[in-house]
Design a protein. Structure first.
Length: 306
């Protein structure tokens, strides 16, 4: 399962996800998988590490007091860093593994100010997003950053939304965002995300001093977390497994299930990805399984119920 999740993580950050966020979160939690990002072959180091956010699925179990936090929508796009030196945009990178990413400076210069008033070195982080009306909008945003041609990139309906700066621009988070706004950036607490994909709510401490004092784990800041909704699956029986040939010619397994209603639709078949996925979930004919509808459309088996 480690190799499968490594591959799923890589494809996610490259903009071609194998699993939905919900499926990945379930499997990562079940197998205690916490690797974030992907290895970049043409790598350039971020000035400051880009951390992921700790996930929480129950506000009553939140790791922070939410009345001490600023809450913003969690945009679902491609995270990038922007490095300004002497007020000039010097480097823009994809998130990569958080330590290093791919150089996308020429592309980001089309979406963000190339000069700001802050003259000290500062790394601004945020999300490149595409409208929800674009099919697979998150993949579209991430894939756009990998385009070879700048002219095609210019035609794409993309927006950069800033959500932080390192070092801090002010004593509290809201003021930091206000200064970014005055520098010409879209900022997460002002951005109208009505027509853009989101996947939860981010809670971050109001005080930047308190945020810094809590520090970080190797992967996450302790002063912020993402509250996400994890939908409950439906239990049914795995009656059989058949193999089908997809449009690309790849042969993949499909679960034959005792029909069950999920979100108003009757589900009798679900994807199983590959033989390694079946083995890692320890699936057997006749066992009980949990099934969800990924993206409210595609049925998938996410675990065996013992």
């Amino acid at each position: 399962m480690q190799k499968f999740l490594d591959r799923a993580s890589q494809l996610y950050y490259e903009g071609n996800p194998l699993l939905s966020d919900e499926e990945f979160d379930r499997l990562a939690d079940k197998h205690n998988y916490n690797k974030v990002g992907y290895e970049v072959t043409d790598a350039v180091a971020h000035a400051y590490q880009m951390y992921s956010l700790q996930k929480c699925f129950d506000v009553l179990a939140a790791p922070l007091a939410i009345n001490s936090c600023v809450s913003t929508l969690k945009l679902d796009g491609a995270a990038v860093s922007l490095l300004y030196v002497g007020g000039n945009l010097e480097l823009a990178l994809t998130r990569g593994d958080g330590i290093q990413g791919r150089d996308i400076t020429s592309k980001m210069a089309e979406l963000v100010p190339t000069q700001i008033s802050t003259l000290s070195l500062v790394q601004i982080t945020g999300e490149v997003v595409a409208p929800s009306s674009v099919p697979n909008s998150r993949n579209f945003a991430s894939g756009s950053l990998g385009l070879k041609g700048l002219e095609e990139f210019k035609t794409r309906p993309l927006v950069f939304v800033a959500y932080d700066a390192t070092p801090h621009l002010a004593d509290n988070y809201a003021c930091s965002l206000e200064l970014l706004h005055k520098s010409g950036f879209n900022v997460v607490d002002r951005f109208d995300a009505t027509d853009y994909p989101t996947d939860g709510i981010v809670y971050r401490l109001k005080s930047n001093e308190d945020y810094d004092n809590l520090g970080h784990t190797s992967k996450h800041p302790r002063g912020a977390f993402a509250l996400k909704e994890q939908k409950q699956g439906v239990e049914t029986t795995l009656e059989d497994v058949v193999w089908q040939v997809g449009k690309s010619g790849v042969v993949s397994p499909v679960a034959i299930l005792t029909p069950v209603n999920i979100g108003g639709a009757e589900v009798a078949r679900a994807t199983l990805h590959n033989i390694e996925y079946i083995e890692d979930l320890n699936l057997e004919i006749g066992c009980q399984v949990e099934v969800i509808r990924s993206g409210e459309i595609i049925p998938r088996v996410v675990r065996r119920i013992d």
